[in-house]
Ligand binder design. Structure first.
Ligand code: DAH
Length: 341
């Protein structure tokens, strides 16, 4: 029996020593330490021993069991450790693998032009306003002195709502003048950029949606000289300090007198070229002194206050600035085009 125990110990220890995985280890555990295992089988024979022999054999058997259990423990730890190492190795991050390329965007040329424009006006004390693209016809037309029958109100030019023709997509940013007069304290200096909508066919210079910037000043003693001075300063900041401007008479229902401002072509200095279509001048914006009736409708006394306003097409400004010859490129958002800015 002593030999049997010694053999079990030797076999089991060497088996535990060399076991490679958890399943095999469990098999060994059952085989040596299980209820029907080799050690139990030997212990069952203890009854056959004499009373003198029994204690010594019992002690030996316990010692063997303890040794086997120890060996089982350390084998199990060894296997766990090996499994962990394998896992860590398999999950290592190779920091030398090149990363996935992230496409960097850039500002849209029109936003760059707008930012530059805002910067100039903010520097002159103007507030930047934002307003709704879905507008009341009352604000887009009536309050701007364009009453029923005015050609710009025509259904063929304007996106009215089918369900309620008092509501429309604003055809100009000018209703922001009214919104400013209704909500702001006087004096007012504001610009209001945003989208406007007209029933235009799409071509190189037209789109049913485009961008305007409205501007307005109302204060005591404001004159046409302020309009000319401010807008010439702005043109010179955009196109260079030697830029010349020219003001031509025009008509808008909400200004009196009204004018358009041209800048001398920055490409040919007025000689005439492809950019200015041989004119030497490029039309930049519409402007004028706010019509007294528009002030009155907003509850502002035209005897005490006066003001001027302007509105221009931001898309065209960006096109001129970045030499873009087709308006559609600005709206198509083709990355190959936008990447150039
Ligand atoms: N709203 C006009 C348009 O869309 C542009 C304009 C002209 C705005 C004169 C003004 C202005 O504020 O004073 O054609």
């Amino acid at each position: 029996m002593k030999e049997q125990l010694a053999k079990i110990r030797a076999d089991a220890l060497s088996a535990f020593e060399n076991v490679k995985d958890a399943a095999a280890l469990d098999e060994l555990r059952v085989r040596y330490l299980g209820k029907k295992g080799e050690l139990t089988a030997v212990l069952k024979q203890m009854g056959r021993l004499s009373a003198e022999e029994r204690p010594a054999m019992g002690a030996l058997a316990n010692e063997v069991r303890a040794a086997l259990e120890n060996a089982l423990d350390s084998a199990s730890q060894k296997i766990e450790q090996a499994a962990l190492e394998l896992k860590l190795k398999a999950e290592t991050v190779d920091v030398t693998i090149p990363g996935r390329q992230v496409q960097m965007g850039c500002r849209h040329p029109m936003n760059t032009a707008l930012d530059e424009f805002k910067e100039i006006f903010i520097g002159m004390g103007f507030t930047v306003l934002d307003g709704p693209e879905i507008e009341l016809a009352e604000l887009n037309f009536d309050r701007l002195n364009a009453e029923e029958g005015h050609p710009s109100r025509d259904w063929s030019d304007t996106f009215y709502f089918d369900t309620d023709e008092r509501v429309m997509l604003r055809s100009q940013t000018s209703p922001m003048q009214v919104r400013a007069m209704d909500s702001m304290e006087l004096p007012i200096r504001m610009i209001a950029p945003g989208r406007v909508y007209r029933k235009d066919e799409v071509d190189a210079t037209h789109s049913p949606m485009f961008h305007q910037v409205e501007g307005m000043v109302i204060d005591r003693g404001v004159t046409m000289a302020d309009l000319k001075g401010t807008l010439t300063t702005v043109a010179q900041k955009i196109y260079g300090s030697n830029t010349k401007t020219r003001f031509r008479p025009h008509h808008f229902p909400f200004t009196e007198p009204s004018c358009e401002m041209d800048v001398q072509c920055h490409k040919c200095d007025g000689a005439g070229c492809a950019t200015c279509k041989g004119e030497g001048w490029i039309e930049l914006l519409g402007a004028g002194m706010i019509h007294p009736r528009v002030l009155e409708m907003a509850g502002i006394d035209p005897e005490e206050w006066s003001g001027w306003a302007f509105g221009f097409g931001l898309d065209r400004l960006a096109m001129l600035r970045y030499k873009i010859d087709d308006l559609r490129l600005i709206f198509e958002n083709d990355v190959r085009f936008l990447e150039q800015f």
